[in-house]
Ligand binder design. Structure first.
Ligand code: IVH
Length: 665
């Protein structure tokens, strides 16, 4: 056996043992034997870099090389979420609705709902090519290097898989690893992580994959997408995926009646507590893919699935005081301060009360014994008062009348539950909150700044609003709370870089009340520049998808305020994008009528960029080769099965340079 053959042999063996250990839980060799083989492989690969393979099992140990920024990539299929319910009545409604819509027999596939971070895995010719986080559902972060270290995720598939496929699933931090991590953090006096989901989310975004490798993440895959799926039901697809090496839960059950669904829910409500990973409900999916297609999707969720979430655990404790926080939009949030109590494994001292109506409804008195529970949110809430334990001297909780920060009398908008402090431009937490919102990753992404620096700059009188950020200079900030030259330069550079951020994010960053990320995007699709938004009528605004009267009213009010107009003008003068970039530039019809398959990896542009280039030039990007394929845009490492198919069907193969010449780039 020569060196190359030995490397191939070790990789195959290690892949197989990995699978036996991490997916099947039935190891065939000792840990020592495994480690010895791995050590040999790592040594041989180091000595013979010409044989490197990005999916060698040695990548499981991770690397200390920084991932730097994660590349944003577009999801081929948007990553949607699921409609949620906590009530069995609503499960029944879903069932009846489905039955009515289909008007024929159907099966429901019941699965455990895993509580981790969702991930999309792209395989080409059986090789893991990309792992992408959900992100905003349209674009996610490329976290492939980190995901390669998760041992239950196959790097190479086994058996008879399609050329290209996408598997979606959940990355999880098992309870055991979570407890260990929190113990370490406690020892290092670092803040504890709230739950395994947050821990998994933080881990998957680590810059060093060596750290990820040490955290022992696990995975369950639950959804297959692609053009060449092996079966026409969800269940059979998952069974095929299991054969290819994916970790698929064996808690799946096909149900033919509503009663069977309820029995499944009841069984797992208690049994799930024995599972090694966090779960928060049950997912019900219509099994037949044809029926799924018939049922379709809403804007956000598939109509063929629903998640039933388990009721959270409760604890009883004493209410000591209600304090009030002022948010960036001036909303006053009452917070209950409680006697510390253990709830689902964590100690709870505070609970959100949301607004005055909730306080009224609960009829809260200081000293009351109250039930707290953790819903989907991390912050627990009070659900009721134990009246039998009420102290007759306890004072009724009365909502405050003036802002606790600036003393301005609070206002309440007609028809709304929240109280606001109207002193938008003079109330410190509102000013700071607006700036913090503005710099957020989802907004202007000024990553050199954080909430503490914003606070320091504000306290030093350097910034009063978001436009002031662009008037900061290195000289002005050096020395503020020990900021040295190097970090000053970094801060100013990241502020300047934010001028490249797209207009839809700028609009979101302005912090207009009720205008969230998606709404901002929708608005810019119809009104593509700031001037048309500023001059839009109420009717024009409410005609936009997702924009109701409340949002329209808020937008109009925002742009009536001279302070805001001044800020927008200053931002414009500083060069921020105030219009969507419609690059009709670069768009042609050159590829009109052409169906193009992309295969392999490229040097000059990324795969995603090529997809866009194809679309911009009138072509259609398809994922699998058929007789209708016009040509294949092939990069490095196009798979042998694709090559064969292309030859059989006589489909031309075009390389990167030829393609670029074709469309003159
Ligand atoms: S199916 C289009 N199945 O729950 C439907 N999701 O609340 C794709 N999740 O985004 C999702 N376990 O992150 C599905 N067995 C399961 C799941 C599951 C956990 C997560 C997933 C999803 C979220 C929706």
């Amino acid at each position: 056996m020569d060196t190359f053959e030995r490397i191939i042999y070790l990789r195959e063996q290690l892949n197989r043992h990995n699978y036996n250990y991490y997916v099947l839980n039935t190891p065939e060799i000792s840990d020592k034997e495994f480690d010895d083989m791995m050590a040999e492989l790592i040594r041989l690969e180091k000595e013979n870099p010409q044989y490197n393979d990005e999916n060698s099992p040695s990548v499981r140990v991770g690397s200390d090389l920084s991932n730097n920024e994660f590349e944003h990539v577009r999801h081929e299929y948007p990553m949607l979420s699921l409609a949620n319910t906590y009530s069995k009545d609503e499960v029944e409604e879903f069932y009846i609705r489905t039955k009515k819509a289909l008007n024929e027999d159907f099966e429901i596939c019941c699965e455990i709902k895993y509580d981790g971070v969702s991930i999309s895995l792209i395989y080409e010719d059986g090789n893991l090519r990309r792992a992408i986080t959900r992100g905003d559902g349209t674009f996610g972060d490329d976290v492939t290097a980190n995901v390669r270290t998760i041992k239950s995720i196959p790097l190479k598939l086994r058996g008879n898989y399609p050329d290209r496929l996408e598997m979606r699933g959940e990355i999880l931090m098992p309870w055991e690893s979570f407890d260990k991590l929190n113990k370490e953090r406690e020892e290092n006096e670092e803040p504890l992580l709230a739950n395994p989901r947050n821990a998994a989310a933080g881990t998957i975004k680590q810059q060093s994959s060596a750290i990820v490798a040490k955290r022992n993440l696990d995975s369950y895959l639950y959804y297959m997408l692609g053009d060449n799926l092996p079966a026409d039901t969800h269940y059979d697809n998952l069974e095929a995926a299991r054969q290819w090496g994916f970790k698929i839960t064996d808690t799946i059950k096909l149900c033919r009646t509503l009663q069977e669904v309820f029995d499944y829910i009841d069984y797992w409500d208690t049994e799930r507590k024995k599972l090694p990973v966090a779960t928060d409900g049950i997912v019900l999916k219509v099994n037949s893919l044809a029926q799924q297609e018939e049922l379709g999707f809403t804007a956000k969720t598939p109509k063929w699935a629903i998640a039933y979430k388990f009721q959270a655990e409760q604890a009883l404790t004493r209410l000591n005081e209600v304090t009030y926080q002022v948010g960036r939009t001036g909303v006053i949030t009452p917070v209950a301060n409680l006697d510390p109590v253990l709830l689902s494994g964590t100690i709870v001292k505070r609970a959100s009360l949301h607004n005055s109506e909730i306080i009224e409804k609960l009829d809260l008195h200081i000293g009351d014994m109250v039930y707290v529970e953790k819903g989907g949110e991390i912050i627990p809430k009070i659900t009721s008062v134990e009246m039998s334990k009420r102290n007759p001297d306890g004072q009724k909780v009365e909502f405050i009348k003036v802002c606790p920060e600036c003393g301005t009398p609070l206002v309440r908008i007609e028809g709304e539950a929240a109280h606001y402090c109207p002193n938008e431009t003079g109330c410190a937490p509102q000013i700071k909150g607006k700036i913090e919102h503005f710099i957020m990753r989802k907004a202007m992404n000024i990553d050199g700044l954080g909430p503490e620096t914003v606070e320091d700059f504000f306290d030093h009188g350097l910034i009063h609003n978001v436009a002031d950020l662009y008037e900061l200079t290195e000289e002005k900030i050096i020395g503020v709370e020990r900021i040295a030259e190097k970090s000053a330069a970094k801060i100013i550079a990241s502020i300047n870089k934010s001028k490249e951020v797209g207009f839809e994010k700028v609009l979101f960053a302005l912090g207009i009340k009720f205008v969230g990320e998606t709404t901002a995007k929708r608005i810019t699709e119809v009104l593509p520049d700031i001037d048309s938004i500023m001059s839009a009528s109420f009717e024009q605004l409410t005609a936009i998808n997702d924009v109701g009267e409340r949002i329209a009213g808020s937008i109009i009010k925002f742009f009536r305020n001279p302070d805001n107009l001044d800020i927008v003008n200053r931002l414009r003068n500083h060069g921020l994008k105030m219009a969507i970039e419609t690059s009709s530039e670069g768009k042609t019809d050159i590829l009109k009528g052409k169906s193009i398959v992309i295969s392999g990896t490229f040097e000059l542009h990324s795969r995603e960029e090529y997809k866009k280039i194809i679309e911009d030039n009138g072509g259609k990007n398809v994922s699998s080769i058929s007789s209708k394929t016009s040509f294949i845009l092939a990069g490095e490492g196009m798979g042998p099965s694709k090559q064969k198919k292309a030859e059989e069907l006589n489909i031309p193969i075009v390389n990167e340079e030829e393609f670029n010449k074709m469309i003159n780039i």
